[in-house]
Design a protein around this ligand. Sequence first.
Ligand SMILES: Cc1cc2nc3c(=O)[nH]c(=O)nc-3n(C[C@H](O)[C@H](O)[C@H](O)COP(=O)(O)OP(=O)(O)OC[C@H]3O[C@@H](n4cnc5c(N)ncnc54)[C@H](O)[C@@H]3O)c2cc1C
Length: 474
Amino acid sequence: MASVSEGLAAHLLAALGDGAVLTGPYDMAGYAVDWRGLYHGRPLAVVRPSTVAQVADVVRLCAGAGAPIVPQGGNTSMVGGATPSQAGSAVVLSLERLRTVRAVDPVEMTMTVEAGLTLLQAQEAAEAAGMLLPLSISSEGSAQIGGVLATNAGGNNTLRFGNARDLVLGLEVVLADGAVWDGLRHLHKDNTGYCLRQLFVGSEGTLGIITAAVLRLQPGVTARAAAFCALPSAEAALALLGRLRLRAAAALHAFEYMSGGSVALVLRHIEGTHLPVGAADHYVLIDLGTSAPADPLEATLEETLAEALEAGEIADAALSRSEAQRLAFWHLREEHAEAQKRAGASIKNDVSVPVSLVPVLLREAAALCAVAAPGLRVVPFGHLGDGNIHFNLVQPEGADPAAFLARADALMAIVNGVVKDLGGSFSAEHGVGRLKTGLMEEWRGGVELRLMRGIKAALDPSGLFNPGVIFPGR
Ligand SMILES: Cc1cc2nc3c(=O)[nH]c(=O)nc-3n(C[C@H](O)[C@H](O)[C@H](O)COP(=O)(O)OP(=O)(O)OC[C@H]3O[C@@H](n4cnc5c(N)ncnc54)[C@H](O)[C@@H]3O)c2cc1C
């Protein structure tokens, strides 16, 4: 007699057809491990539906067999959110074949895209129509629209355009009973009861499967100006941010912070990177953009930086004189995660505090970590304009990676202690995933966690979607 898992796999194969259901360990390997290599799951099967109807079929079949579903997009989660457990009972539902651009609408200034389209492909489709999808993260070549929405991704442009949540006007979602909720509306105003779409944004695959979305666009960018600056302190970076906001708030698309230690790792581990300014303990990358051709962006940036130099806020600055140079600045910034991965085991603290308190976070957490683990490399970087710092810690040179990771909880607790004192959050933009469920009770316990559990129970009463993610003990 066939086992439950063999029976389910056969039904999935019948519903989806050849090539859409993977059950061999070799075929499933890439879907079973997270980007950081922290979680190694054992899926019962990996399914790759090509239509929304097929997604609904998968949900109905898995629900009937009592098999949990782990939705997976580009598998770039930093918190193990898209990796199944070791139990061997969960089906990984990859959205990678749902990648149609259904519409780009220049009147509504929206695009309707399927969940499996990568963020980069969506950006390119918007650009081809003369518009801007104002969401940018270093993993955009792999991260998919469904994953980006399920994690409410932030990234480089949040200070100007908001998080993923702020760009969503409509959603299409397959629910736990297999029903398809068609909420693909283009309405800029729509106060009709609860805002259901926002429940699914940031739900990390625990409430339903996002299959498509209507995203809000901006006018296309016609001119850009960027600068890479060396600074004497994190306080100086804040002063520079304030100065830029007074002069060019509407054009300020990104203001990215990088510590000296983190930039040093990029220069060491990523080929073809060069520091365009003198070495320093603190750097920022400024990116201005405009859709008004007459905007004197370069002059504004140059004048602001001259003032900042005079005020002692910057020690050195390089202005991009070409698009290639601007992209080279961004390359230095975007390779931080990869460089840290190559430098050994690392502990990632994706935290946020009020913007004005970032210098306190950087100073206090660094001092405490240095005492707790002599030799460890404190390499923070991130989205300073949002108060979101990736306060990452890389193992001491030559140390045993496993021994270092064994101390991860203790070192994360030190950083989080400072974050809590400053009124911040232990999860700014990456989510809770599997990695941080143990912190939920302490940080969001009581009424808040009870409300979240109530929403989960209402939308997914049998706990079908992504068990073990967000909630402790599931
Ligand atoms: C180098 C690098 C840089 C990064 N930079 C940033 C950054 O600047 N800002 C930022 O916010 N994040 C960043 N991240 C984290 C990550 O890229 C984001 O969380 C991204 O949004 C995840 O998208 P994904 O498609 O890879 O999702 P996955 O990793 O596949 O999944 C993430 C979560 O979403 C769920 N999910 C995926 N697809 C769906 C769907 N269709 N329906 C329902 N649930 C779904 C999964 O179950 C999981 O819980 C970075 C990651 C890397 C590796």
